[in-house]
Design a protein. Structure first.
Length: 182
C-alpha cells in the first residue's frame, strides 16, 4: 500500500494529459513528457489521474510512489512553474547576466561563468540575489545546485552562495588563540 502512489492528481488550470507508454502533460507554461516504467498503469477519470501497479514487489512499490510524484511535479510545473532563490553572502560577491550566461564574482582570481540548463531561466536582482525558474523541477534544482557548488557557504563566517531559506550554522573560531602562553 503506497501512501503517495495511491493519491490521485487533480488536473486543473488548463492542464491536459495524453496517456500511453509516455505521459505528455501540456499546460499554459509549456509541456513535459515522461516514459512510464513497465508495471505502472495510469487512468484518467474526469479531471483526476489515478496510478496503479501490477504487483507488490519492493521495486514496483517504490516505482509506484516515484512515478506519481514525478507526474505531480510535471502538472505543477506546466501550470505554475518552479522557482529557486539563491543569495550571495560576502564582501564583493556579485552576479550578473552577460550574453545568456551567469557571471559570478565570488572571491576567486577570475569570474566564474555558468550556462543555464535548457528549460531554465536565470535572473539576477540587486547583484546578490539569483532566481532560477522553469517548468521542470529537476532541472531547476540541478541548476541551483550547480550555482551553489561554485562557492558553498563556509562554516566560520557564512560567506558563499546559499539557498534563500537555508540556515548556515556557524562554528566558533579558535577559543584560545588570543590568550598568551603561561
Amino acid at each position: 500500500m503506497s501512501k503517495i502512489g495511491n493519491l490521485p492528481i487533480e488536473l486543473e488550470g488548463g492542464v491536459t494529459v495524453t496517456l500511453g507508454d509516455e505521459i505528455l502533460v501540456k499546460g499554459p507554461k509549456g509541456e513535459l513528457s515522461f516514459l512510464l516504467p513497465s508495471g505502472i498503469t495510469v487512468k484518467q477519470t474526469e479531471n483526476k489521474l489515478i496510478f496503479a501497479r501490477h504487483d507488490d514487489t519492493p521495486d514496483m512499490r517504490a516505482k509506484h510512489g516515484l512515478v506519481r510524484a514525478l507526474v505531480a511535479n510535471m502538472v505543477v510545473g506546466v501550470s505554475e512553474g518552479f522557482v529557486r532563490d539563491l543569495e550571495m553572502v560576502g564582501v564583493g560577491f556579485r552576479a550578473e547576466m552577460k550574453n545568456d550566461k551567469l557571471v559570478l564574482n565570488v572571491g576567486f582570481s577570475h569570474p566564474v561563468e555558468l550556462t543555464p540548463l535548457a528549460g531554465t531561466q536565470i535572473t539576477v536582482e540587486k547583484n546578490n540575489l539569483i532566481k532560477i525558474s522553469g517548468i521542470d523541477k529537476q532541472r531547476v534544482g540541478e541548476m541551483a545546485a550547480q550555482i551553489r557548488a561554485v562557492r558553498k557557504p563556509e562554516p566560520y563566517k557564512g560567506k558563499g552562495i546559499r539557498y534563500k531559506d537555508e540556515v548556515v550554522r556557524l562554528k566558533p573560531g579558535k577559543a584560545g588563540a588570543s590568550e598568551s602562553p603561561s
